[in-house]
Design a protein around this ligand. Structure first.
Ligand SMILES: Nc1nc2c(ncn2[C@@H]2O[C@H](COP(=O)(O)OP(=O)(O)OP(=O)(O)O)[C@@H](O)[C@H]2O)c(=O)[nH]1
Length: 318
């Protein structure tokens, strides 16, 4: 491993540790209360643990799965002590995450076996950190020496186009835009066309995420896809749903709506640094069986990380 990589990994780890601090403190405070005065894991401890997991935004479904697994282990080994609970929780959560997050990626990269350009269509409601995530992603891909083109297909609000332009300028990548109110699919088409002409490696398309009308959202997203496929077959390669981790259960609700409206292939969970609700990462990836690809652990350009289940669990249970 090169020195640069070593330094980068250390920095990445520190940012992750810091980003998850609030979630960790809150979780382990609750956990220690849940087992206070108990030496063995019994029904009371399991009930308390269930509450801890639900109140840490792991979600009811995933919490019940974890509790079932621990119950199985308790019934096998009657002498299972509360001091072992941490290790066992860590194993069960790692196993859950491994089902969806099957890879072990640590760095920003695009798959080698796809036809260039790699197209990421970004979806999510306003305010979740969509624009910021696109900007940070563009910066990381550019750092890898890849040629990136952005498409401002959230034409619903002028501010959305302008905000993305700020990031495009900051990262120094081209952005394709049209007037506010123009057809998002037309912007996506132009963006892909321009990327193909420039022989770009990565295209990132911003879309509007208006949830108030599911049929409209569905129609808009499928039209964008359909029109892009006129330029290049099988695009987009990735439909990335951005969720604000600090909204906890609201993020679950948004995931539900968006997965109904379009085929979401990966998730980015942002703003984990400012919240104690980090458990959403575990619950959402499990409940929707969609891999978490990126996590946002700060506002800085380098504070978007490739989600790695091992690093995440290591940091959480450190
Ligand atoms: N602390 C923290 N802040 C973040 C993170 N990601 C985004 N933000 C902040 O969240 C706010 C909203 O981000 P935007 O990128 O503007 O959100 P958006 O979804 O594009 O929203 P609109 O521009 O309103 O459509 C900004 O102030 C970002 O700096 C994160 O990982 N951590």
């Amino acid at each position: 491993m090169s020195l640069f990589k070593k330094i980068f990994s250390k920095e990445k780890k520190e940012t992750l540790d810091k980003g998850l601090e609030k979630s960790k403190t809150s979780f382990f405070n609750k956990l220690s209360k849940a087992v206070a005065g108990k030496s063995k894991v019994d029904d009371d401890v399991l009930d308390n643990l269930e509450e801890v997991l639900v109140s840490s935004d792991v979600g009811v479904e995933t919490t019940l799965k974890i509790i079932d697994k621990i119950e199985e282990r308790v019934s096998k080994d009657k002498y299972f002590g509360t001091d072992e609970l941490n290790g066992i929780l860590r194993e069960e959560i790692a196993a859950l995450l491994a089902k969806t997050n099957t890879g072990n990626e640590t760095e920003f990269a695009i798959p080698k076996d796809i036809e260039k350009p790699y197209v990421i269509m970004v979806v999510g409601v306003n305010g979740v950190g969509k624009t910021t995530t696109i900007g940070k992603l563009a910066a990381q891909f550019k750092k890898q020496g890849l040629k990136v083109v952005l498409g401002a297909a959230d034409t619903f609000r002028a501010a959305a186009i302008d905000q993305l332009q700020v990031w495009a300028d900051r990262v120094d990548v081209p952005m394709v835009r049209q007037e506010m109110g123009s057809d998002p699919a037309s912007v996506a088409y132009d963006t892909l066309q321009s990327a193909v002409t420039q022989n770009a490696d990565v295209v990132i398309i911003d879309t509007a995420g208006r949830l108030h009308n599911k049929v409209n959202l569905m129609n808009e997203l499928s039209k964008i896809k359909r029109v892009m496929q006129k330029v290049a077959a099988n695009k987009p390669d990735d439909v990335l749903l951005v969720l604000d981790g600090s909204t906890g259960q609201n993020a679950f609700e948004q995931a539900k709506q968006f997965t109904k409206a379009t085929e979401v292939t990966s998730l980015a969970v942002t703003k984990l640094d400012g919240t104690a609700k980090g458990g959403v990462v575990i619950g959402i990836s499990d409940q929707f069986q969609i891999p978490v690809k990126y996590i946002g652990v700060g506002e800085g350009i380098d504070d978007l990380q490739v989600f790695n289940k091992i690093e995440f669990v290591d940091s959480f249970f450190k």
